[in-house]
Design a protein. Sequence first.
Length: 388
Amino acid sequence: VKTDVTIIGGGPAGMLLAHMLDQSGIRSVVIERKTREYVLGRIRAGMLEAGTVDIFRQFGLAERLDRECMIQEKVHYGYEGKDTLVLDLKAHTGRWLTAYGQTALTEELYKEHERAGRPLFDAVQDAQPEGFKSSPVTTFTKEGQSYRVESQYIVGCDGSHGVSRNAIPKDIRKEWTREYPFGWLGVLAEVPPMPQLFYARHSDGFVLASKRTPTLSRYYVQVPTLDTTRDWSDDRFWDAIYTRLPESHHGHVTPGPSIEKSIAPLRSFVSEPMQYGRLFLAGDAAHIVPPTGAKGLNLAVSDVYYLHRALDAAFNQNNQHMLENYGQTALRRVWAAINLSWRLTKLMHVFPGEASFEAKLRDSEFDLLLHNPCMQAAIAHEKVGLKI
Ligand code: FAD
Ligand code: DHB
């Protein structure tokens, strides 16, 4: 197979890039390890930045989003049952967050991919990219048959456990990692969500009330790293939700049977560079943020936006400049998101064995935020998203 760009990974980053490239007349082939059904069954992100929604509109992908999304103008941060900071995003920035599931977004990307008749190989094995300094080639097998894709460029959109990042020689890569000693247990339930997007810190741990649609709720609680979903019956989960959310908001909670339950570990991770010869990385393949900032999917979208713009200039104007600077451009936003996600994670979670000095600093941090509109404005701008 011969094409312009080989995209490894059919998650939101890879599928969005394929669509954007198509609009610039650039051909691509997507290679995905899992089946399409598996990819579309994954429950993940829910909150989109204003700039992310703009990009989906700009590329003609927002019809369902505009119909089904829920606008979130405020974010609530509860602190140990005492105070709640109501962060008014709209008042501070003129913009807001949009609740819309990554699952729905990915569904639309797959539908559009099929409608446009673009090539996609799913359920592949042993994808291996190489030849980044000369002629890029990606080999893989599907149903026992071997394939070979030749292209001008390869883009690794294959998430944190993909092959692309590790195809960059080890002595060239530099990695930064911070593992947090807890995970998030997420539950999806067919019940009306709380009207507020509510993050809270409680002495038992963090809790988040989020949403997908007017009849679909998404809740998370902080759990120890070694817990499994078997440790968390629905009853135990809803008990934790009531314990950790301030009593004043209990009336907004509608409990119900879980239709999905999963645990995600929390981690900050960045791998640089995001490019090596004719190989480029985008999304979770290059960086992971803990979900507290709701930044992961948004970063995947901004990476792909920068990369599409750079590939468009390379193919259609014979200008390599933006492509050479891709990593540098993307990493500014990446580190800003790493930074915000780290600060919010520290502020809102219970760290086992935390020193009393750190606890005092944390109390002070929340106090500053609660009482200072300038501090609130700064966080509000970071929450709705820095300029893409
Ligand atoms: P992925 O979605 O991981 O896609 C990578 C794809 O590559 C997968 O389909 C995988 O099967 C495939 N692949 C892997 N290896 C190979 C291989 N060797 N060969 C071929 N294919 C391969 N982000 C937000 O912005 N807002 C939120 O509110 C938010 N909430 C979250 C909540 C949770 C519980 C979690 C876990 C994440 C959340 N995120 C959020 C993060 C967001 O889901 C991810 O950042 C996003 O999925 C990244 O997209 P991606 O396409 O880069 O990677
Ligand atoms: C979700 C929402 C968030 O605001 C966040 O930080 C993480 C996840 C969600 O709805 O899945």
